[in-house]
Design a protein around this ligand. Structure first.
Ligand code: PGA
Length: 263
C-alpha cells in the first residue's frame, strides 16, 4: 500500500481549551457543517481530543453527529488498572468510558511535564494492553533541526517504543510528526520538508513492522485551512493533528475537507 492509499485522519487537539459554553458552540457548529455529508467516513477519519474533564460530554455531543467522530484522550496514566493514584486516569478507565484513542508523546508532555521515553513506554504499553489506539507524537526542536539531527531524533523516538509494542499491536498506532518549532508558532514545515521527514519515518516503520507501509503518519504544527491542501497533497502525509485551528469549527472542517478531497 502506498502512503497515499491510506485513509487520512484529521484530529483536533484542543489542549487546555475551551470553556464549556465555547466547546458546545464549537461542536454544534462543526456538526452542522458535517450535515452536508461532503466528508465521507471512508475518505477521512475525524477525531477530537478535548480535556479529560470534557471527554464524556464531548463524546455524548458527537454521538448525534451525522458521521462518526472519534473522541480522543490527550493523556493516560503511566499506571495501569485501578488503585490509589490520586489524579490519574488509567487506560482501563478510558476504555471503560468507551474512549478508544489516546495521544501519547506530545512534545508539551515530553517538555513541560518531563515525560521521558521510559514513562512514555509505560503509557504506550498500558494503552495497547487495554486495547486503545495510540496517536504517538514525535518531533525535533529547532536546535536539533539546525544541528542536522532532526531525522535521528525522530527515528529514535519511534525506535524507543519498539521495546513495548508487540508485532500485531503496530496496527493500533498512528504516528504524528510534529516539529516542535512549528507548534503554535504559525510556522509550518514546508510541504517538501514535511514530506521528506514523513518518507523517512515511513522507511523506518517498514523496517520495524510489516504494517509500516499502511500506518498513517499525520503532520502537526500550525496546520490551518490555508495550508491544508498543500500538506494533503504530499504522498506520505496521511492527515493532520491540529491544535489552534481545531478551536474554530469552519477551519477544522476545511482542514478535514482538504484531506478527504485530496487523498
Ligand atoms: P498547533 O498545535 O496546530 O496549534 O500548532 C498542534 C499540536 O500541538 O498538536
Amino acid at each position: 500500500m502506498s502512503g497515499s492509499a491510506i485513509t487520512p485522519w484529521v484530529v483536533g487537539n484542543w489542549k487546555m481549551n475551551p470553556m464549556q459554553a465555547d466547546a458546545k458552540e464549537l461542536l454544534s457548529g462543526f456538526k452542522k457543517l458535517l450535515q452536508n455529508n461532503e466528508i465521507k467516513e471512508e475518505n477521512c477519519h475525524i477525531g477530537i481530543a478535548p480535556s479529560m474533564l470534557a471527554l464524556t460530554s464531548v463524546q455524548a455531543e458527537l454521538a448525534s453527529s451525522v458521521r462518526s467522530i472519534y473522541t480522543v484522550a490527550q493523556n493516560v496514566s503511566r499506571i495501569a488498572g485501578l488503585g490509589a493514584y490520586t489524579g490519574e486516569v488509567s487506560a482501563e478507565l478510558l476504555k471503560d468510558h468507551h474512549i478508544d484513542f489516546v495521544l501519547i508523546g506530545h512534545s508539551e508532555r515530553r517538555e513541560i511535564f518531563n515525560e521521558t521515553s521510559q514513562i512514555l513506554n509505560e503509557k504506550v504499553k498500558n494503552a495497547l494492553t487495554a486495547g486503545l489506539t495510540i496517536i504517538y507524537c514525535v518531533g525535533e526542536s529547532l536546535e536539533q533541526r539546525e544541528n542536522g539531527q532532526a531525522e535521528q531524533v525522530v527515528l529514535q523516538q519511534i525506535c524507543d517504543i519498539t521495546a513495548v509494542v508487540q508485532a500485531e499491536q503496530w496496527q493500533k498506532i498512528v504516528i504524528a510528526y510534529e516539529p516542535i518549532w512549528a507548534i503554535g508558532t504559525g510556522k509550518t514545515a514546508s510541504p517538501e520538508d514535511a514530506q521528506t521527514m514523513h518518507a523517512k519515518i515511513r522507511e523506518g516503520l517498514t523496517q520495524i513492522t510489516p504494517f509500516g507501509a499502511s500506518m498513517a503518519i499525520l503532520y502537526g504544527g500550525s496546520v490551518k485551512a490555508e495550508n491544508a491542501v498543500e500538506l494533503a497533497t504530499c504522498p506520505d502525509i496521511n492527515g493532520a493533528l491540529v491544535g489552534g485551528a481545531s478551536l474554530n469549527a469552519a477551519s477544522f472542517y476545511e482542514i478535514a475537507q482538504a484531506f478527504a478531497n485530496t487523498k
